[in-house]
Design a protein around this ligand. Structure first.
Ligand SMILES: [Zn+2]
Length: 96
């Protein structure tokens, strides 16, 4: 329990440092969705070679296809948001 919390904190700090510093809630959520989407996609590829379904999103939400698709759409939208850059005050101040 304690260790996983520390790992989570270390991870989020690392990702914060990759970015421009402080992020608003929307950008933070977008970051995490992108990370989840990226890891999931990596697992899909690995799972393909291992002859298994390693699509975690599909495993968790496979019984609700619509929810699964919404997750993918949200990951896509998060990518667009991060590519385009969030225009809110918190992010604008820290971006250059
Ligand atoms: Zn923002």
């Amino acid at each position: 329990m304690g260790i996983s919390r520390i790992t989570t904190l270390t991870f989020s700090n690392k990702f914060m440092m990759c970015g421009s510093g402080k992020k608003c809630g929307v950008s933070s959520v977008a970051w995490w969705l992108l990370v989840i989407g990226g890891l999931n996609w990596g697992l899909v590829g690995l799972g393909g070679f291992m002859m298994g379904n390693w699509n975690v999103v599909n495993m968790l939400l496979g019984s609700w296809p619509q929810v699964e698709w919404i997750v993918y759409i949200l990951v896509g939208l998060s990518t667009l948001l991060l590519l385009w850059g969030c225009k809110c005050k918190t992010c604008a101040v820290d971006t250059k």
